[in-house]
Ligand binder design. Sequence first.
Ligand code: AMP
Length: 112
Amino acid sequence: MADCLFCRIVRREIDAHIVHEDEQALVFADVNPQAPTHVLVVPKKHLGALSASTDEDGALLGHLQRVACRVAKDAKLASFRLVTNDGRGAGQSVAHLHYHLLAGRPMEWPPG
Ligand code: AMP
C-alpha cells in the first residue's frame, strides 16, 4: 500500500535497521524498543493485521514464525516473546501485520 509505513520500509523509502530479509519477510529494529532486543517481523505483502489474513496466507504466517525463530537463534536468545497486537483495542498502532519479537529482560504475564 502506497502510504503504509511498513510497506514504505519494505520498499526502502524509510530507513530501518534491518536484521533479516527474504522474499516474503523483513525483520527490523523497533524505533521505540520495549526490551533489549525488540524487532518487528513483517510480511512484505500488505496485510492490515493478523485478522485480515485468509487461509491462503497460512504458509506465509508459518514462515513469519519460522523467521522469528531463526532471528532468535542467530541472536542466541535464551528465550523470547512473540506477540502481535490486532486492532486498536489491543494496542495496534501500525496497520500492517507485524510480530514483536522481544527478549533480554524478564517478561511479565499477563501483559498489560
Ligand atoms: P503496534 O503498536 O503493535 O502496532 O506496533 C507498532 C510498532 O512499530 C511500535 O512498537 C513502534 O515503536 C514501531 N514503529 C513505528 N514506526 C516505526 C519505524 N519507522 N521503524 C521501526 N519501528 C517503528
